[in-house]
Write a protein that binds this ligand. Structure first.
Ligand code: KDG
Length: 309
């Protein structure tokens, strides 16, 4: 059985070892990347049972993604394969440690064909948490509808909805993004935006105003990520900053937010105090940016405990 359910697209990632314009790069090691599977892998490494759903292309790349995620101990049994489209691909271009460009080759991909009917309610309902990102609804109309259906199932079954806006303006217009991200946020119990994403969604500047606006008058938990400074927690009862961990050297910033989400969800599943969960989430975020790749730096439980000491 699973404790968390998430759904989204995972792509084959081609990420060169050297920091150089792709115009001159000749070799591309092959990896995988996808915000939701990053979270599922992070949770698996922390000792949880995570279920990840997606649609993959029939053929080598789909098999590679599928086997890799399954190999990380994530439950992939609800995934579907299709002959109608290819598995998405992503190229990363790093020009300096903190300056990462991504190029998507994912329009009309297999994952973009996800449909509400693909969701297995009985399977999902085993989970206590539904994890969503703002990437999945950006992929296609049917993906948007699938996300809305997942929300409906989660509500019906008393699941906690954790939402990371993960704004990707390469995938949709600012106008649609703003509308849909706010629509999903309204249904979520826990919202995990970066400060810039929160500002984008709400049009507010001050962090307290951003959080209050995301609460939308409900009793939600808002946790705003502020990079190396850590995170800001905003609930009805408390408004508090929780400090981040020092990072010796940023190697690859991609995936930090997913590690953060895994840390928070782990805390929810263990029914830990929020402060403790956020502290762990900060630690995982710091560990992820110190290693290459989107998910490779996600720590096992022991490693994160050691790092926090
Ligand atoms: O959060 C990291 C993800 O952005 C990365 O792994 C790839 O899912 C991805 C995306 O859509 O950019």
């Amino acid at each position: 059985d699973i404790e968390v359910f998430t759904l989204g697209e995972t792509m084959v990632v081609f990420q060169p070892e050297q920091m150089q314009s792709l115009e001159y790069v000749q070799q591309f090691p092959k990896r995988i990347g996808g915000a939701e599977s990053n979270v599922a892998i992070g949770l698996s490494r922390l000792g949880h049972r995570a279920g990840w759903f997606s649609k993959l292309g029939e053929g080598s790349f789909g098999q590679y993604v599928y086997k890799y995620i399954r190999g990380e101990g994530v439950d992939t049994s609800s995934c579907l394969f299709t002959e109608q489209a290819l598995t998405g691909v992503l190229f990363k271009e790093q020009l300096s440690p903190e300056d990462m460009n991504v190029y998507y080759y994912r329009k009309g991909s297999a994952a973009s064909l996800m449909e509400p009917e693909d969701l297995d309610e009985a399977y999902m309902a085993q989970a206590k948490v539904l994890h969503l990102t703002g990437i999945t609804p950006a992929l296609s109309k049917s993906c948007y509808k699938t996300v809305m259906k997942a929300i409906e199932i989660a509500k019906k079954n008393g699941m906690t909805i954790v939402f990371d806006p993960n704004l990707r303006l390469k995938l949709w217009s600012a106008e649609t993004a703003k509308k849909v991200l706010n629509e999903i946020a309204l249904h979520a119990d826990v919202i995990l935006p970066g400060l810039d994403e929160g500002r984008f969604m709400t049009g507010k500047t001050e962090i307290e105003d951003v959080a209050e606006s995301l609460m939308a008058g409900y009793d939600k938990t808002i946790i705003i990520k502020i990079g190396s400074k850590g995170a800001y927690l905003h609930t009805k009862e408390e408004k508090v900053y929780i400090e981040g961990f020092p990072v010796q050297q940023v190697v690859d910033p991609v995936g930090a937010g997913d590690g953060f989400a895994a840390g928070i969800i782990s805390g929810i599943l263990k029914q830990e105090p929020l402060h403790q969960a956020i502290k762990r989430a900060n630690a995982i975020g710091a560990m992820v940016v110190m290693s290459h790749g989107d998910f490779e730096g996600l720590p096992y439980l022991k490693a994160v405990e050691q790092f926090m000491k």
